[in-house]
Design a protein around this ligand. Structure first.
Ligand code: PGA
Length: 245
């Protein structure tokens, strides 16, 4: 059985007062949900979010990690710091990291390895751009992203390897993949995970303009094991609806 994950990626949003207000309003929403609830605040707000979500069935995640324990890496946050803050999950390969910061597949592969070596839950993002979809190469793009990260590089149990299918054209745009489009891509990823790596129980999340209004349609598909949510996760009123969709 694959337990549904509803994950929030706050990106570079939510300041101290907003984090405080979020958890005050969110209350026991995750305790009352049968789903696994994950929240990824920006690094400086991890301790505050951890403290405010204690014993509330919320796993705090990081949005990235530099794949070293510690040392002379100006501006970076490494493994020892995440462990020190009690972080349990890390998002790797988000399309904003790939595109805005130019993260290449080999660095992403190194991060995938590092997250596993540190026993953290990996949330690995893949997804095609609009031109790639229009040119019909979306399957090749996903294959390349998955193979370059996972070939001879999967060491953790399937429950700790989660993939997020996030079509770049659907992120922050208000345009969601239709349940049919998402289902097709999820089935493709599921097949690779099973046939190539023998990972049947990894969760595959959908991300890209998920909102309370469209989550049910997406989640009706058996290959969609949850959602990675940006914009609609910033406010408790909306994220509450998503965790109890
Ligand atoms: P969005 O972002 O929900 O705002 O589209 C999703 C994501 O980038 O994970």
């Amino acid at each position: 059985m694959r337990r549904t994950i509803i994950a929030a990626n706050w990106k570079m949003n939510n300041l101290t007062s907003e984090v405080i207000n979020f958890f005050a309003e969110f209350g026991d929403a995750a305790l009352n949900s049968e789903n696994e609830v994950i929240i990824a605040p920006a690094y400086p707000y991890i301790p505050l979010a951890s403290a405010l979500s204690k014993n509330k069935n919320i796993e705090i995640a990081a949005q990235d990690v530099y794949p070293k324990a510690e040392g002379a890496f100006t501006g970076m946050v490494g493994g020892k710091m995440l462990a020190d803050l009690g972080v349990k999950a890390v998002i790797i390969g988000h399309s904003e990291r790939r595109r805005i910061f130019g993260e290449p597949n080999d660095l992403i592969r190194e991060k995938v390895k590092f997250v596993q070596e540190n026993g953290l839950h990996l949330i690995f993002c893949v997804g095609e751009t609009l031109p790639e979809r229009e040119n019909g190469v979306m399957f090749d793009v996903l294959k390349e992203q998955i193979h370059s990260a996972f070939d001879d590089n999967l060491t953790l149990a399937p429950e700790k390897i989660t993939i997020a299918y996030e079509p770049v054209w659907a992120i922050g745009t208000g345009v969601t993949a239709t349940p049919e489009q998402a289902a097709e891509m999820h089935a493709f990823i599921r097949k690779i995970m099973k046939e190539k790596y023998g990972y049947e129980d990894s969760r595959i999340l959908y991300g890209g303009s998920v909102k309370p209004e469209n989550i049910q349609g997406l989640m009706a598909n058996e290959d969609i094991d949850g959602a990675l949510v940006g914009g609609a996760s910033l406010k408790a009123s909306s994220f509450m609806k998503l965790v109890n969709f």
